[in-house]
Design a protein around this ligand. Sequence first.
Ligand code: NAD
Length: 356
Amino acid sequence: MKYRIAVVKGDGIGPEVIDEATKVLDAVGERFGHTFEYTYVLAGGAAIDETGRCLPDETVDIAKASDAVLLGAVGGPKWDDLPGDERPERALLGLRKELGLFANLRPAMVFDELADASPLKPEIIDGGLDIVVVRELTGGIYFGEKGFKETEMGPAAYDVEQYSTEEIRRIAKVAFDMAMKRGKRVTSIDKANVLESSRLWRKTVAEVAADYPEVALDNMYVDNGAMQLVRNPKHFDVIVTSNIFGDILSDEASQITGSIGMLPSASLADGNFGMYEPVHGSAPDIAGTGKANPLATILSAGMMLRYTFGLKEEADAVDNAVRSFLKAGFRTFDIATGDAVPLTTAETGDKVASFI
Ligand code: NAD
């Protein structure tokens, strides 16, 4: 099969980690008989330098005409003085909006070999940890009505949390579909004891659950959810939650894993289209030194194979190659401990590709 991928290398370590992810994809293509066709497009600081805009129309057009988007990272000190809506990071919001990316998937996985890097006690994460946070990305309080008004207590500001049944239904479906491919458990996190929008959330998620009799659903209030993530994280398989709760909980969940250089993410639209990127930024402090860990981007490419292209065996091959890399004792600079001699970004990509 042939797959068309729009690739945004971006800024800082973006181009370095992307080169390793495409190296690994090419190894997958060779082993399984697929062709991955890359179209390199500009976004972020590199796009500002070249075109004066952080998200050129051409990038959006090519992204829309592709099967998926793979993105490194954007931003850096060079563009820090630009006004908010001209900054490189604005390109990410623009891409989400233009591509209709309403579901954000953030796996939090603890590899046994890196258990030491987790701030949690060994007995809590013993045997590994594998959670996916499914966050609603285009609704809720970040996009609701906002403004200022006079109140009895003087001038006030407000932001409205609002969700339609349809918005809740489509994100819940993403979570249940995902659970069917994993541990068949969904935890829906809300604040239904206080918020009307959460009560609609809970009711709608329960309705969607009726279509998935094999998946066990439990509901949790967000305060308890935040607590259970560090107290008993193995309780969770797939978490589904609103934009603001997901923003906070996905960062909390990712910290359990210990290293930002290991964390992939996906943002999905209707019909399997998705944008895949590491959770980390452009790390200008280590750009050009060969110290960037490309594993988060490689794992993001693996998610692309799984969730957009539906290539399970190929996706497993990527995850297993990363696991073999770690099992064999190889480390990157950010996760090297003791006597381990860290590999550079390119050496890491070569090794992982060789394990495919
Ligand atoms: P960052 O994630 O770039 O870096 C935080 C720290 O983690 C740094 O010390 C960095 O060296 C380290 N780090 C990050 N990725 C690493 C990797 N793959 N391997 C090894 N070490 C890694 O966050 P920041 O420093 O707050 O932001 C830097 C720039 O990136 C800013 O301009 C910011 O706006 C932008 N940013 C972009 C995205 C994105 O493109 N999705 C996300 C976050 C931040």
